[in-house]
Design a protein around this ligand. Structure first.
Ligand code: FPP
Length: 239
């Protein structure tokens, strides 16, 4: 595997700190998410410009359903509004759209909007924007295990044939490469059930910046830091 390529092919982002951003300003939490949607716009643009091929955004986790009803419905409306207002710009910028997670849990209106946007952008060849919705890393592994068990039960797969590629191929992310770089905002040092299998060798970059304040400069700083990393994938330094 080639060490330290200049630009990460796949960047995943845990967009954290919207609530704190709002609280610091005495605003309702949804205002933090609204401001966070601006940062999504900036990150998608910066990633496309930098030549990143895949950008995965953790927009709504399986755990997020436990938040107050009003915040959950506000987030769903925000997602629909973002898609409607950004679709032309995404298309102009040659962006494709994909989703990962239990999409069937989402309100029908959001599912419809996502599917329409996905189809409209499907011919594009630039950045693939992957939005994680009703996503959980453990849930994803459960779903993958069920799929594989079904194959075994149907006699199409023998247990001894199961290898890492079988598992990668049964995940929501089967079509995408593993992330090279994981960015997390607002200073928390945890994975929060995000891409548990896929981040085995991913470089992690954490910034204290709250997500609504995250802009192109922060993105470029993450890329600059990534360039300095030595990626060994468990091997030793080349001599
Ligand atoms: C985490 O902040 C953020 C979220 C749970 C939602 C992220 C959603 C957006 C940025 C809105 C739009 C998304 C798209 C793809 C258009 P938090 O609320 O957990 O913050 P806190 O930890 O400070 O409370």
């Amino acid at each position: 595997m080639s060490a330290n390529p200049k630009v990460p092919r796949h960047i995943a982002i845990i967009m954290d700190g919207n609530g704190r951003w709002a609280r610091q300003r005495g605003l309702p939490r949804i205002e933090g998410h609204r401001a966070g949607a601006e940062s999504v716009r900036a990150a998608v643009h910066a990633a496309g410009e930098a030549g990143v091929k895949y950008l995965t955004l953790y927009a709504f986790s399986v755990e997020n359903w436990r938040r107050p009803k009003q915040e959950v419905s506000g987030l769903m409306r925000l997602l629909v509004r973002y898609l409607r207002s950004e679709i032309d710009e995404l298309d102009r910028n040659n962006v494709r759209l994909e989703t990962i997670g239990r999409l069937e849990d989402l309100p029908k209106s959001a599912q419809r909007e996502l599917e329409e946007a996905r189809q409209r952008l499907s011919k594009n060849t630039g950045l693939t924007l992957i939005v994680a919705l009703s996503y959980g890393g453990r849930t994803e592994l459960v779903d993958a295990m069920r799929k594989i068990a079904g194959e075994v039960q149907a006699g199409r797969l023998r247990p001894e044939q199961i290898d890492e590629a079988t598992i990668s191929g049964a995940l929501y992310t089967a079509k995408f490469p593993d992330p090279d770089l994981l960015i997390r905002t607002s200073g928390e040092m945890r994975l929060s059930n995000f891409l548990l299998w896929q981040t085995s060798y991913t470089e992690i970059w954490i910034t204290p910046t709250l997500w609504p304040d995250f802009r192109k400069e922060d993105f470029l700083q993450a890329l600059a830091d990534y360039r300095k990393r030595e990626r060994r994938f468990g091997g030793i330094e080349p001599t």
